[in-house]
Design a protein around this ligand. Structure first.
Ligand SMILES: [Zn+2]
Length: 325
């Protein structure tokens, strides 16, 4: 069919096709053969001017609507993403305390049921002629930059737990603990190397053990052997400690004095992770603002008398720490 055909002429005239004779159009977009039935199957076309949509920018109102919708979506999604991230970090933290606790149990199994040494600040000592510490961990956290305990992984490698948990230093730090002081941040530090402590009432606490108890908590049992613990599912071993409280790895409170000597952590949306002597782990959420100061340097004053509304948290810690003699 040629351009001279009357029907083709009318069609082209109606659609304003721009073409060469014989339906050879000057287009930029190739058309499938099934559309063009002409001999020249690779013909292209140009959109007729009356069908072209004029290009224009967003109006201000349209732009504001788009921005508002994006803002609403972000407002809905960001908190959900934050909660998911916090949940993931808490789960990872639980895995850490589970692994530490497993090493603690294996140590006892390999040591005639004797629990690993749990020595406080003044009782640390190396094992003679070895590169091991006697204590489960010897480094003392602080907010200083001159104190290499905060960053030196050697303290963790020397831990007698290491043969049972592998040499992964990351297991000693909570994923939510990225707390450093201003001066530490200025020196390029991003975190310290330990977030966990051990219940002072489990393990051999050296000279702190007297008459079957602990000098900080007379009248309560000090568990030296695994078999000494009457209810292993009811005694905690490792816990998140508050970053402004943690120093050594020896977590105690003076029950008789109703006094916080150390504060548990509250990294996980006002809760802390615990491991227990039977190997199970769990998250515990605190009730009082006194127990959950902001996870930051210089936010606590210790020791401090437990406030009335903080008694439930304090008694919870005491209950899961030991039992009366
Ligand atoms: Zn944690």
């Amino acid at each position: 069919m040629g351009i001279s055909d009357p029907l083709t002429k009318r069609l082209h005239s109606a659609l304003s096709w721009e073409h060469a004779p014989g339906l050879n159009c000057f287009c930029t977009v190739p058309m499938p053969n099934s559309i063009w039935k002409s001999d020249n199957a690779s013909s292209s076309y140009r959109v007729p001017s009356q069908f072209r949509v004029p290009w224009r920018a967003f109006s201000l109102v349209e732009l504001l609507v788009v921005v508002s919708v994006i803002g609403i979506l972000a407002g809905l999604l960001l908190p959900a993403l934050g909660r998911a991230k916090a949940k993931a970090e808490s789960t990872s933290c639980l895995n850490n305390v589970r692994q530490l606790n497993l090493g603690w149990l294996l140590y006892a199994d390999q040591s005639n049921d004797h629990l690993i040494y749990n020595l406080g600040l003044d009782s640390r000592q190396p094992i003679p002629n070895t590169n091991r510490s006697l204590n489960w961990v010897d480094n003392i956290m602080s907010w200083e930059v001159t104190d290499t305990d905060n960053t030196n992984l050697l303290f963790l490698k020397k831990s007698p737990l290491t043969p049972f948990i592998g040499s992964t230093a990351g297991v000693f730090v909570c994923p939510s603990d990225k707390i450093v002081s201003d001066v530490q941040r200025q020196h390029g530090w991003t975190r310290r190397v330990r977030s966990y402590s051990m219940n002072a009432m489990v393990g051999d606490a050296g000279p702190n053990v007297q008459n079957g108890g602990n000098i900080v908590n007379p009248g309560y049992r000090q568990f030296l052997h695994l078999a000494d613990i009457p209810n292993p599912s009811g005694i905690f071993v490792f816990l998140d400690e508050h970053p402004d409280s943690i120093g050594d790895g020896y977590f105690y409170n003076k029950v008789a004095d109703s006094e916080w000597a150390h504060l548990p952590g509250s990294y996980h949306r006002g809760a802390a992770n615990f491991s227990y002597a039977d190997g199970h782990v769990g998250l515990h959420r605190w009730k009082s603002a006194q127990t959950t100061p902001r996870s930051a340097p210089f936010t606590t004053t210790l020791p401090s008398v437990v406030l009335t509304n903080g008694q439930a948290d304090f008694q919870w810690i005491a209950y899961w720490s030991s039992s009366a003699q």
